[in-house]
Design a protein around this ligand. Structure first.
Ligand code: RNT
Ligand code: ZN
Length: 421
């Protein structure tokens, strides 16, 4: 698109929004300060770099065999950098523990140290971005029977406790090195395929294990802890130990972060209504913005009603300062860099849409009981010239406008990805 066209369209859009009392320039400034954490695992189908032979477990599945997935940390960093260059604004990168670099040695999960992430920290420093972190409690022989922190065997439980503590310490060292707080998110796959006899025991063990994991005190300036619940996973259909009620209770009691993954609820349930419901009771939240489709909780994020509603809740409620926005999807059937770019640009778009919404007017109408006008205005807003504001935002941040980014991804695919065996 021509620079002049973008500018002219924006000028008209700006006037149109001004009629509703909206300052689009101010909205774009506000948007630029909101980071989104790109999840490393979209780049290699949740593979990691450890080479345990078991493959992906924990009820996770990345389907598809699109060529060119990252096979090494350097490839993953290069791919992520390509994605960052096509996304407006300054963002973050979210690592899982099994993306450590051991220099050919075998290091088990309970022995990982900050030095195994030096490559990632140096890279993040160079890009000027923050990192986030996750213990990897799956794809490992000691997670093969589907239990980790709630395992009935004390030794295995202890192993995963050590792993999670090691992760919190690594996160703290990342936070210190980058001078940017890291969020460490604990998700475990523990659960039962068939109807359990004992639901109480595993949850009691999980609570005790989490207490042990969180026992070492770490400055909240360096690391924040989050817990992520789930309804079910493949092979874990009848009971998930870390259910929502369990973790919400745990997060409230211990004043840690609660993670809302958009794909972790019943199919007709969204996280929209949950944000304002949990915010009074937890210090901050972490979002795993995702898209559930039937059994899968991890399709690439699109600009659908659910995503727009998440953006609206965060902006309307003034929750952005207490929200860490992370993404969580993995699609191996399309170009993986494109998946990152599409999902992240959509997340940012949804935030901008919410920032140019005439929320004050909507709320006034609502308080006055004029639901007729509220509905009329909500519908009108849907066809305001938002695209022109978004295009202007991309142009102002020096990234391709429209689908201009796609040509760059295709060129990178031809030059780099297609050369990967
Ligand atoms: C799994 C959780 C979890 C994972 C990542 C890889 O259902 O959503 O967040 O997707 O940790
Ligand atoms: Zn998640």
């Amino acid at each position: 698109m021509k620079a002049k066209t973008i500018e002219q369209a924006y000028r008209l859009a700006k006037e149109r929004y001004a009629e509703f009392g909206i300052n689009t320039d101010a909205a774009m400034r506000k948007l630029a300060a909101v980071p989104v954490s790109l999840h490393c695992w979209q780049g290699d189908d949740v593979g990691g770099f450890e080479n345990f032979d078991g493959g992906l477990s924990g009820g996770l599945a990345a389907t598809g065999n699109y060529p060119g997935k990252a096979r090494t940390p350097d490839e993953l960093r290069s791919d992520a950098e390509k994605a960052f260059s096509l996304i407006p604004g300054k963002h973050r990168f979210n690592l899982h523990a099994f993306y450590a670099e051991f220099g050919g040695k075998k290091v088990d999960r309970n022995e990982i140290e900050p030095r195994h992430f030096k490559g990632w920290i140096d890279w993040a420093k160079r890009l000027g971005i923050g990192l986030d972190f996750n213990p990897t409690c799956f794809s490992h022989p000691k997670a093969a029977d589907g239990f980790t922190l709630s395992h009935p065997d004390k030794g295995i439980r202890g192993f995963w406790i050590e792993h999670c503590i090691a992760c919190r310490k690594i996160a703290a060292s990342m936070g210190r090195a980058l001078d940017k707080t890291v969020v460490t998110n604990i998700w475990i796959p523990d659960g039962m395929k068939d109807i359990p006899a004992d639901r109480k025991g595993p949850r009691a063990r999980l609570e005790e294990a989490l207490d042990a994991v969180l026992a070492p005190k770490i400055s909240p300036k360096l690391n924040l802890d989050a817990v992520e619940g789930k309804l079910f996973g493949i092979g874990c259909e009848s009971m998930t130990v870390g259910s929502h009620e369990f973790y919400l209770g745990y997060a409230v009691k211990n004043q840690i972060l609660y993670t809302l993954d958009a794909g972790h609820y019943h199919p007709t349930e969204t996280i929209t209504d949950k944000i304002s419901s949990v915010m009074p009771f937890v210090p901050e939240i972490l979002l795993h913005v995702s898209r559930g489709v039937r059994w899968d909780s991890d399709h690439v994020v699109i600009l659908n009603d659910d995503l727009q509603a998440i953006g609206q809740e965060l902006v309307r409620g003034g929750y952005l300062p207490r929200t860490h926005i992370g993404l969580d999807f993995f699609d191996a059937s399309i170009n993986r860099i494109a998946a990152w770019v599409i999902g992240t640009r959509n997340m940012i778009k949804a935030l901008l849409m919410a920032m140019v919404e005439p929320y004050d007017q909507l709320r006034k109408l609502e308080l006055a009981g004029d639901y007729t006008s509220r509905l009329a205005l909500m519908e009108e807003v849907k066809t305001l010239p938002f695209g022109a504001v978004w295009d202007q935002y991309c142009a102002s941040k020096g990234v391709p406008v429209g689908t201009g980014w796609l040509a760059e991804v295709k060129a990178y695919e031809a030059a780099v990805l297609s050369k990967r065996a």
